[in-house]
Write a protein that binds this ligand. Structure first.
Ligand code: SAJ
Length: 477
């Protein structure tokens, strides 16, 4: 016995026209790949004509990609589908009434990174726009990262309210979380497996028909909408957990006089089926938009949906503990710097401190939730004079960033490496000391990118995350 939705979808036939709401890092490559597929006839890209991002509409329709940074293949493909009239961007959301499927890729930032409550208003505005123009048998897919329970909860309610239709009866609804990384947007969509979670099996099946044509090596992994929301938030929670584990190990190794990188290589040598340990890398902290947030999405989901959650009474969540350990690492960098200066009898309050690397990830200009920010604030609070160098991150209001190490290093009492930008591995101890012009500068390596022995031989006071074997070295005169 076919369901009403199956009958409606059968009557509608295969998906031919698609709408993508949100022309950002997720929506643009997604829309371009749908448009380039022979399986589909046309794709609308929907973008609010707002002061902050309305400019994208004309750019996209001219075949010019508004995204910053290098995205291999994206702009040529955009130009192709625009010239073939298979893709067009508009702010007229009423065109949704003519599509067979609409995907929503609007980010869910946090109002305040401290309260970790997501600001769903941009997303819900897009959802309501979709609902307002929804027609019978249309598939709605949420690609944004959300707290488990959101797709079948407030998103479903808003779509039903705006459309006057019922999800699972007159329209299909699914969650297909994005898994794209900047710099590899097209490749990730084509090659990563795609989690597809419908609110029912008909929705999962319909969404499978939408994504299958754009996958190359990736395969569809079907599940429920809640399972898909949990998968997305958990895959980042687990990465954050793995980083926290090796960060804690690094702190222990420092205390026990051991080099964490020796221990890491030792553990990692235990390879083979089922015994790999996935030991990641210790560092100066965890930044970015994914790992700093997704744990809290998962936690909220478990607390809100998990009415009968059975967890040790009064015990902190392991996942939140991991977040707290990772967020401690910039404080550890502060403590290492202070310990280094104390060997010189120099208080932080009369020191010049230089931060090398503001971006949250190597060889990138992306500074979202930079771990260096907390360190800088702690240093300023302690009265230090702070300067920042980064080869990629642009200066912004309230943040002077130098592009030239020679501009910020002279007279430095301490230098802290926060980002593993390639350039920092090319600096020599002799070169850096000559520019600094001091006998015993402190150097704090937060990313394992500089040679401890080389800097110690040059007279630096070296401190490194996880370097218990060197952090108490004798000072070379
Ligand atoms: N980090 C460490 N140690 C490590 C790895 C990372 O301290 O071993 C730090 C980085 O310095 C950075 C932060 O963690 O500050 C995040 O790094 P990341 O490599 O996880 O990069 P993200 O935040 O861009 O994570 C994204 C995620 N992708 C999506 O959400 C679609 C994540 O799932 C991917 O695993 C990750 O990219 C990736 O592998 O590139």
């Amino acid at each position: 016995m076919r369901s009403r939705l199956q009958d409606i979808i059968a009557g509608r036939g295969p998906i031919r026209k698609i709408g993508v709401i949100g022309m950002g890092y997720v929506g643009i490559p997604s829309a371009v790949l749908f448009a380039d597929s022979p399986a589909f006839d046309f794709v609308w890209g929907f973008q609010r004509d707002s002061p902050s991002s309305g400019y994208k509409i004309d750019m996209l329709n001219a075949g010019v990609c508004p995204l910053e940074g290098d995205e291999p293949g994206l702009e040529p493909l955009l130009r192709k589908v625009v010239s073939e009239k298979k893709f067009r961007c508009t702010s007229d959301f009423s065109e949704i009434s003519g599509v067979d499927a609409v995907t929503i890729a609007i980010q869910t930032p946090f109002l305040d990174s401290r309260d970790l409550e997501p600001d769903l208003s941009p997303l819900m505005a897009g959802v309501r726009m979709a609902g307002r123009h929804l027609t019978e048998g249309t598939l709605v897919v949420l690609e944004s990262t959300v707290t488990p329970g959101t797709t079948g909860g407030i998103v479903r309610e808003a779509l039903e309210e705006e459309s006057g239709m019922r999800a699972g009866e007159e329209f299909a609804l699914a969650h297909a979380p994005e898994r794209v990384m900047v710099g590899r947007l097209l490749r990730n969509i084509r090659e990563h497996d795609r989690i597809i979670g419908g609110i029912d099996e008909v929705s999962t099946e319909r969404a499978t028909g939408l994504y299958s044509p754009v996958l190359t090596s990736g395969r569809i992994i079907p599940m429920t909408a809640v399972a898909a929301e949990v998968t997305k938030t958990a895959e980042n929670t687990f990465r954050d957990l793995q980083i926290a584990a090796v960060n804690q190990l690094a702190l222990y190794c420092e205390a026990m006089g051991v080099n964490v990188y020796d221990v890491r290589a030792g553990i990692d040598s235990l390879k083979g089926e089922g015994v790999t340990r996935a030991v990641l890398y210790p560092g100066a902290g965890v930044g970015g938009h994914c790992l700093t947030k997704d744990t809290y999405h998962l936690e909220r989901g478990a607390r809100v949906m998990g009415a009968d959650l059975d967890y040790p009474e009064g015990m902190d969540s392991l996942f939140v503990l991991a977040r707290n350990i990772n967020d401690f690492m910039p404080c550890h960098m502060f403590n290492l710097t202070r310990a280094g200066l104390e060997r010189l009898g120099r208080p932080i309050s009369s020191s010049k401190v230089v931060i090398l690397g503001w971006a949250f990830i190597r060889d990138s200009g992306d500074a979202r939730n930079s771990p260096a920010e907390l360190y800088r604030d702690m240093m300023l609070e302690a009265g230090a004079e702070v300067h920042v160098h980064d080869p990629y991150v642009p200066t912004s209001p309230g943040l002077q960033i130098s592009r030239d190490p020679g501009e910020v290093l002279p007279g430095a009492d301490a230098v802290a490496v926060f980002t593993a930008h390639r350039i920092y591995g090319t600096l020599t101890a002799a070169g850096m000391k000559a520019v600094i012009g001091k006998e015993h500068p402190v150097v704090v390596d937060g990313r394992g990118v500089i040679d401890a022995d080389e800097y110690i031989r040059e007279g630096f006071i070296y401190k490194g995350v996880g370097r218990g074997d060197r952090n108490r070295h004798p000072i070379v005169e």
